[in-house]
Design a protein around this ligand. Structure first.
Ligand SMILES: [Zn+2]
Ligand SMILES: [Zn+2]
Ligand SMILES: [Zn+2]
Length: 161
C-alpha cells in the first residue's frame, strides 16, 4: 500500500493550503504543506506527533526541521499554538476564532469549546491597570465522560482507555 500518489482530495487540500501560505507571504514548500496537512488531521497534536506523521511521508525531514516549520507557521498565523498544563505545546489549524479548550485532567483529552462571547477578550477585568486588554485565555479543566464512567464502574480500574 503506497501513500505516495496524492489523491484528488489531497491535491485540493494542498491547493487550499498553498493559497493560505501565499496570503500570509510564505513560500509554498512540501514541508509546510505536509505539516499543515498533519495538523489539520490531528487537531491539538503535540510537535512530536506532527513530526511522526510528517516524517512518514517525507523521511528526509528532521524532527528539528518540523519543529522549526511549526513555529514559523504559528508566527505567520496559519497555526495556533495551545499551552495546556502538564503537556507540551499543542497545535491546530483552527485559528483566529478565539475558541477555547476543555481539558480532561485525568487522561489529557482536549476538546474545542466555542467562545462564549464570540470575540476576544472573553472576560472583562475588574481592573485593567490602564492596559488595553486584547486577549483573555480561557481553559476549562475537568473530567471527561470516559474517565468519569471508568471511575464509577467496578471494572473501571482494569480498563485503560
Ligand atoms: Zn479523560
Ligand atoms: Zn482547538
Ligand atoms: Zn471566549
Amino acid at each position: 500500500m503506497s501513500s505516495t500518489v496524492p489523491t484528488t482530495e489531497r491535491r485540493a487540500r494542498e491547493a487550499r493550503w498553498a493559497a493560505r501560505l501565499h496570503e500570509h507571504g510564505r513560500r509554498v514548500t512540501r514541508q509546510r504543506l505536509a505539516v499543515l496537512d498533519a495538523v489539520e488531521h490531528a487537531p491539538h497534536a503535540v510537535a512530536e506527533e506532527v513530526a511522526g506523521t510528517v516524517r512518514a511521508e517525507l523521511p528526509g525531514i528532521t524532527v528539528q526541521s518540523v519543529y522549526v516549520v511549526l513555529s514559523d507557521l504559528t508566527e505567520s498565523g496559519l497555526l495556533r499554538r495551545i499551552e495546556v498544563p502538564h503537556s507540551p505545546a499543542r497545535y491546530e489549524t483552527r485559528v483566529a476564532d478565539n475558541h477555547h479548550h476543555a481539558v480532561c485532567t485525568s487522561c489529557g483529552r482536549i476538546e474545542d469549546v466555542d467562545c462564549a462571547v464570540g470575540h476576544a477578550p472573553c472576560l472583562t477585568p475588574s481592573d485593567t491597570h490602564g492596559m488595553t486588554i486584547q486577549v483573555a485565555e480561557v481553559l476549562y479543566q475537568g473530567i471527561c465522560a470516559d474517565c468519569r464512567a471508568a471511575a464509577q464502574s467496578p471494572a473501571g480500574s482494569s480498563r485503560n482507555h
